[in-house]
Design a protein around this ligand. Sequence first.
Ligand code: TRP
Length: 336
Amino acid sequence: MSQAPNEKKKIILSGIQPTGVFTLGNYIGAIKNWVKLQEEYDCAYMIADMHSLTVRQDPKKLREQILSAFAIVLACGIDPKKSLTFMQSHVHQHAELSWILSCNTQFGELSRMTQFKDKSAKHADNINAGLFTYPSLMAADILLYQADLVPVGADQKQHLELARNVAIRFNNNYGNTFTVPDGYIPKAGAKVMSLSDPTKKMSKSDSNPNSFITILDKPEVIVKKFKKAVTDSEASVRMGEGKDGINNLITIYSVVTNKTVDEIEKEFDSKGYGYFKNAVGEAVAEHLRPVRENYERLINDKAYLTEAYKRGAETASKFADRTLQKVYKKVGFIAK
Ligand code: TRP
């Protein structure tokens, strides 16, 4: 989407918050798929920095994390010449459309958002209005670019549903304005589980650092963490019920090697868990090696990063403004 999007191609938009480290879960569940989608769709990928302010952030740390997140997205293989890649706060239309949409979103609908309930419980001393209206901002992100498809994980489905409802409502009240987006659930949408408690999703906020792999972990650290991964007492490398640990390791191995579960079960037939865990660790380390190397190169090339995000913001603003002006006209504002 480096120019106006090609009408024949469907538009994809997704965003990622720049807070915290990126895990293997973020990579396999989100960014790796973003990379594949670039070939087939007009893609827009955004660092959702405005969303991060719904919880308190240290400005200095946030600034570093935003740039680092942008570099990670590029390091994973998002090509800013192919995909529109930008920071949300660089495109002021997001905040503006968000206001219009929040006037078309009901208090009741926002109150039903489970993430709002969870986050309010977690940050009871900072239940701010932004945390509550966050889904309107996310709807603006999506609707500004007239996205057809939105790749999201399970935790964002409810927000996407809300964006759809708001788009439909706005279209009914003011005439056709927005493309109503669909969720995009990738075929290989593997959910990566914690290495220490494989019944839980792999999470960067887990207090046990051995439970997650970060995209930038060194190879020896990756191998070590996989060696400690919790399995079961059956000692057979097979997918099965109650074998959450092994199921998770097989899934991860399958994604990074492109081998099928059948092939993997054959490969490790009669091999012990220790051997298998070591193989998974090495395969993941090898898979992430170019990402880490790219990242190290990019994060030291501030000029390149700046040029890339500036260009992204410029193109995104043009596109977003087209939608925003259309919306302003529909609601009755006077053109300046
Ligand atoms: N809310 C998403 C998250 O926390 C990030 C996000 C912001 C997003 N805007 C988006 C995802 C638009 C998809 C589309 O993960």
